[in-house]
Structures are given as structure tokens and as C-alpha cells.
Design a protein around this ligand. Sequence first.
Ligand code: GCB
Length: 589
Amino acid sequence: MKKILYFFIILLSIATQAQSFMINPYGRDNAVLLNGKWNAIIDLYGRGENKKFYQNRKPESKTDFVEYAFDSGLRLNVPGDFNSQIPELKYYEGNVWYQRYFTVEKNEEGRQFIYFGAVNYKAAVWLNGIEVGRHEGGFTPFQFEVTDIVKNGENDLVVLVNNDRQVDGIPAMNFDWWNYGGITRDAFYIETPNTYISDYKIQLKKDCKDVISGYVQLDGTTTPNEIEILIPELNIYKKIAANEKGIATFEIKAKPQLWLPETPKMYDVKIINNENVIQDKLGFRTIETKGSNILLNGKPIFLKGINFHEEIPQYLGRACSDADAAMILSEVKALGCNFARTAHYPQNERLLRMAEEMGIMIWEEIPIWQGIEFTNPIILKKAETMLQEMIYRDKNRSNIIIWSIANETKPTAARDSILTKLVSFTRSLDDTRLVGAAFDNCYFNEEASTFRLQDKVTNVIDVVGINKYIGWYSPFPIEPENIKWEVAEGKPVIISEFGSEALYGQHGEADVASSWSEEYQENNYKMNIRMFKNIPNLIGISPWILFDFRSPNRYHPRNQNGWNRKGLISDKGQRKKAWYVMKQFYKEK
Ligand code: GCB
């Protein structure tokens, strides 16, 4: 018994090693991208740690025998998932070793870091043969300080990536998207002064349109320091003192033009501590609920949304670049949306920043997706770490209005308790946004012709998302306009998913689901829209989904063939008939 307890304590301490990282690597002077071709070794049987691949050893004598080599082998792009890069890796789940050299002129006075935007799902990192750290979680950044390890001149960086699905993972063993593994986002080598700005929050004070408030956090000092915040367009040149813990808090009277989807005003901001200068672009807005409304800058708003995965269907891989973000987001705009749900995980920072500049509000979610092992004590810790990393990274993005803690989880005592704790935890990290979750346990009461949802977690969140595939996973019980909804009364409700599958170019009966036809999907959209009019507290819709996306969960050989076909746009970029229905609906809204 003691042994088991000890084992759990060890496990907990490993998984909870919250990895702090500096925010906004994009706005820093000495941040060098480590993107490009990396050497790689596929380690199907997981032998590499044992064989010490991280030493990247070369034979030292005629009789020395080394049975692996990074040089002159496989080359993989970073950022990028490995599954899409060579056909042999399409279905691969397991270990892949990455290696590259990089040369630096080391500033002996400063500090040095290796930073990853995301590695799916687990990463272990070695620099010059020395392990610098590990990280779990496929969609958030992490960094390791390497000041004592990095050398002037050539350095040897090795990363072990593992994308095995985990019973106690988030997400767990089953999910409806491709399990892309790899160093899927930008990697950086970052040099900072000894004391540097690690974090800042510069946003409107809660429920207040004329006070900008927040903090700046320094890392590395115990003596008071001066910090400057410059927002020239608002005539703000503020000097504040950081205390011995390196924290400077502030409140500044200001009247910024507020960020709105139609006019997404952004301000150039500089944060300075001695020679450490960080640039950012920030928007300012308030978001709150009032009864069953969501108020943006004090006014009720309807969220015209869409879901999308971080995937480019045309090249069957994870989206990671600005060009990828532009492709996805331009289609979000073309549909007439002011809102998107970045299902089902934090997507890359490039995309979120671009969405902010384009006026697209965001529901951002951690990958708690069905089938999570809520009875395992480690899950709460892992979920908290993911929430913390997501909120820490994105708290300055004015377009993010909802932090979502879960998607389609079954009510049980363990799940209720964990989700309730996650709600409080989210609010403790950021009280200026709304907390939401998506539910699929909404059922039809025939006597009352009414959809109802009984779920304790709806009582503790601000916005309730309903995923309901009427006309696909279950038929319409009665005519759409006769269906009533009594769900989370008095609170804002978003239809966070609905839809049906259609193969682009396939035509058939509009009332036969098994036709997989564009006509069926089109009609299904029309029927759902007729029903939505009866949801009194409906303040937003995000159909499932913008593009057809790859999923091993989709087995029909002809109509799916490894694709979820609920896209309004096909994998080749063609708009299906339902796209036009949604476009028209948003135009009239
Ligand atoms: C859902 C899930 C989403 C799936 C979708 C579907 O409820 O949230 O991840 O892809 O349904 O197509 O079944």
C-alpha cells in the first residue's frame, strides 16, 4: 500500500512540474527561430533512451561502434507534424527523435533558453547531451533555461517526441481528430538579460472601460527595478517600480478605442526594463454576462461562429504558419463570422494573434474531450497545468472571450468535482473573461416537446455550450419549429456544435441521411436554424465544422475514408450547399 502511495506521489510531482515560460516570444529582440529541417530517427520500439541517442555520439576510434546516427538520415520540418511528412509515418504513434545543431555567440552576461510553442504529446529535451527538461501536453508552450549548458559556437539539441495516446492523458485514448505528433509549432533559442520581463498582463480593468490595469513580472531580480509601459497612441508613458519579487502592478486612466469585431483596434505597446524591450499589439474591450446576454463593451452581441481544427486539409497536416492561419481565418471571415471555437485545444499563437487583428472573437478550450479518466487523481493536476499554460500564454488577447474547460464529458461525481474545481481555478487565473464548457447530454422530453439539460456543472459556469446533432446522430423528434428548449435558463447558451456529413459533389435526397449528400446537409442546416429560433437564451452558434478534417474514427470507405465530412467546405476547399445556408443566416442576423 505504502509503495502504491509513493508511486502516486512521484507521478503527481512529475506531472505537476508546472513549466513556466516567457510570454510573447514573437515580440522579443533576441529570439531566434530554430525552425527548418531537423535530423530525425524513428524509434518504433522506444529503445533510444536506453541507447542514449541524446548523446549524438560519433565513433571515436576504429573499433568504436555506434549503432545510430542523426546525420545523413531522415530530415523533418520544424514546425510540422511528422505524420504528414513521409508516407511511412501517416499512422505513426510512438517515439521520434529530433536533432539539430545551432550556433550562437553566447552573451556570458545574459541568460539563455530553449522554447517550444508546442510538441505533441510528450517531449524530453537534451542540450549538448544534458537533459534540460520534459513536458506533457500537446498544445501549449514550454521552455527550459540552458544558461549553464549552452556553449559559444556550435550546440547540439535533441528532442524526444512521443505521441502515444495515454489512458491518463488529456485528451485520452479516443478523440475525433488526427493524432498529429511532432514539434508542431515554432521552436526558439532566446537570449535575455540576467533580469528579464517574463510575463505581463495589460488589459482593461474588470468591467471598466477607462482604466488599463495589470502587472509586469520580472524574472531574476531581488532588487527593485524600474519598468516602463509605453502606449504612444494613448499618450501613455508610465514608469512603475517592480518590488523585490520583480512584480509591478499598475492602473492607468485611459480612454482607448475599444476592440470590436467590425473595428478591431489594436495599439502598439512597448514594455521596457533596462535593455529588455518587448513589443506587442493589444486591443482593449470588456466582456461580461447580464442575464442571458453576453455584453461586449457593454452591448449585447450575437456570436456568429464556426468551429475549426488546427489542420490544413489540402496538405493533410497541422496548421502552423502565418500562411496557414490566413487560409483558415479568411474562410472564417468569408462565412460572415465574428466568432470561432478553436476546437478542441489551444491553437497556435500566430493564428490567435491574426484572428485578433481580423476581429474574430474566440472560444478557447483545453483538450478535455469525452472519455477522460476523471477518477485518476493525476487528471486534475494535468488539466490545471494545461489551463494555466493556455491562460498564461493568451491572457493579453482581447479577442479571447471564453475559456472553456471541457467538451462532452459524462456527469459523474468525480467529473463534477474536477470540472467545478477547474472553473474556480480558471477564475482565479483570470476574472476578466467568461468560463464555458460544451455539453452533449441534452435530452428530449416527449410529453413537453422540450429539450432539457440536467448537469450540475452548468450552474457554475458563465456560458453553456450545447453540442446537438439532431438530424444526424438522432432524428428530429418532431417538426423543428415545434421543439421547445429549456436549457440553462437565465444563462447565455451557445449551440457550440451541430451539423451532419456530406461528401462534396455527392447529390441525393434531402431527407435521406444515408445519402451523405450535400442536399441532406443543406436541409439539415435549414431545419436546425428553424429550431434555433425557439431557444430563448441563445446568444451564439458555431456549426461543426469549417473544413472536412481527418479522423481515424471515420470508417466508411466511400463517404469518409478517414475523413469527418461535416465540413461546410471540403478537404479540397470547395464550399458545400450548407455553406450558403449558414452564410445567408449570418448575413440576416
Ligand atoms: C462531437 C465532438 C467533435 C466531433 C463531432 C462529430 O460532438 O465534440 O469533436 O468531431 O461531434 O463529428 O461527431
